[in-house]
Design a protein around this ligand. Structure first.
Ligand code: NAP
Ligand code: GDD
Length: 328
């Protein structure tokens, strides 16, 4: 039975990865931030196991990737076979307001974890959640050797974490890999990312609860995939014979406007009647066009996206409408 440690277990990806690993028979440990409310683990409700259950395989530990001692202690005690570093201040727009904090969590958090693994001396495999945001203004399609040009404190922080992972691999021979994931979404996506903001608004507008949604740049192009499939890619990368970095993407992209059109149309609405512009959702520097080239991961690992952005919009609208109807 393998053991995994997941930072960021309460996030969108952490919850899907937990389900995947539990289904594969893993013992899963996750780090969750202490909160004054218990709601920050709600994405894990379906797999939560009571501490008193005998034979449970999911263990949650209070912690934070800004606490180096905690990481050292947990890794020494758990001795995981696999470590997935998904913790981050992951919102690009917010990173312009919180640059120092974002760097502390998203950049330094990664090197703290790498160093904790190195200090423990255990033989473990590490997945670092790298991002297409590091490509910034680089021309699409972006692939593993495209030159990075990040455009936000978040992107700069992730670039640090990315190269730290490469450096620990090269310096110490660690099995540490970067998954350079393009945008991936789901009904569990945070409500302030653009896809979920749109699909939630569609549900509320269709139900007569709201009339409009305010957005920023509608011209941005993104390669949106389906988050559960990206959790599968993360796991596959750690089962591979060699530690190799991969782009994880669908290879197909659309504008924010296209996504809004698909989402509103699915509920029988016209996006032009409901979308308004608000400057506050613009960024000081924008990433105009992200379209990944997934050829390498398809060829070497056999992972391939199955859900593309238009079907994703429909999945998310249906989920938000159902949730509204059932009051969940
Ligand atoms: P998410 O939903 O925002 O989840 C982030 C997770 O990190 C949450 O569990 C959050 O805890 C946790 N976290 C934040 N600060 C922390 C800290 N100081 N210490 C410990 N945990 C902390 O992000 P996601 O969409 O699942 O993405 C997972 C990872 O992949 C992130 O690193 C993200 O930057 C990266 N990524 C995401 C995408 C994408 O399109 N989704 C693409 C490329 C890369 P709380 O629940 O308490 O906030
Ligand atoms: N969030 C948001 N809100 N974005 C908007 C809005 C709005 O009201 N209006 C337009 N946008 C545009 C943004 O300017 C951006 O170009 C695009 O929609 C996508 O924004 P987000 O959904 O916030 O995602 P992101 O691409 O900035 O970042 C996500 O993907 C990265 C991978 O490329 C996050 O998940 C990052 O953590 C991830 O690394």
């Amino acid at each position: 039975m393998k053991t995994a440690l997941i930072t960021g277990i309460s996030g969108q990806d952490g919850s899907y990865l937990t389900e995947l690993l539990l289904a594969k028979g893993y013992v899963v440990h996750g780090i969750v931030r202490r909160s004054s409310m218990i709601g920050n683990t709600s994405r894990l409700d379906a797999v939560y196991q009571d501490p008193h259950d005998s034979g449970r395989r999911l263990f949650l530990h209070h912690g934070d990737v800004t606490d180096a001692g905690l990481l050292v202690n947990l890794i020494r005690d758990i001795r995981p076979d696999e470590v997935y570093n998904l913790a981050a201040q992951s919102h690009v727009r917010v990173s312009f307001d919180l640059p120092d904090y974002t760097a502390n969590v998203t950049a330094l958090g990664a090197i703290r974890l790498l160093e904790a693994v190195r200090a423990s001396g255990i033989d473990t495999r590490i997945y670092q959640a790298s991002t297409s945001e590091m490509f910034g203004t680089a021309a699409p399609p972006q692939h593993e050797t495209t030159v990075f040009h990040p455009r936000s404190p978040y992107g700069v922080s992730k670039l640090f974490a990315h190269w730290a992972t490469v450096n620990y691999r090269e310096s110490y021979g660690m099995f540490a890999v970067n998954g350079i994931a393009f945008n991936h979404e789901s009904p569990r996506r945070g409500e302030t990312f653009v896809t979920r903001k749109i699909t939630r608004a569609v549900a509320r507008i269709a139900a007569g609860l709201e009339k409009r949604v305010y957005l920023g740049n509608l011209d941005a192009v993104r390669d949106w995939g389906y988050a559960p499939e990206y959790a599968e890619a993360m796991w596959l990368m750690l089962q591979h014979g060699e530690p190799v970095d991969y782009v994880i993407a669908t290879g197909r992209a659309a504008t924010v406007r296209d996504f809004a059109d698909a989402a509103f149309s699915h509920a029988g609405l016209d996006w032009r009647d409901h979308v308004e512009h608000d400057d506050r959702y613009e960024r000081p520097a924008e990433v105009p066009e992200l379209v990944g080239d997934p050829a390498k991961i398809e060829r070497e690992i056999g992972w391939k996206a199955r859900v593309y952005w238009d079907e994703l919009a429909r999945i998310m609208v249906d989920a938000d409408r159902n949730a509204l109807r059932s009051g969940t």
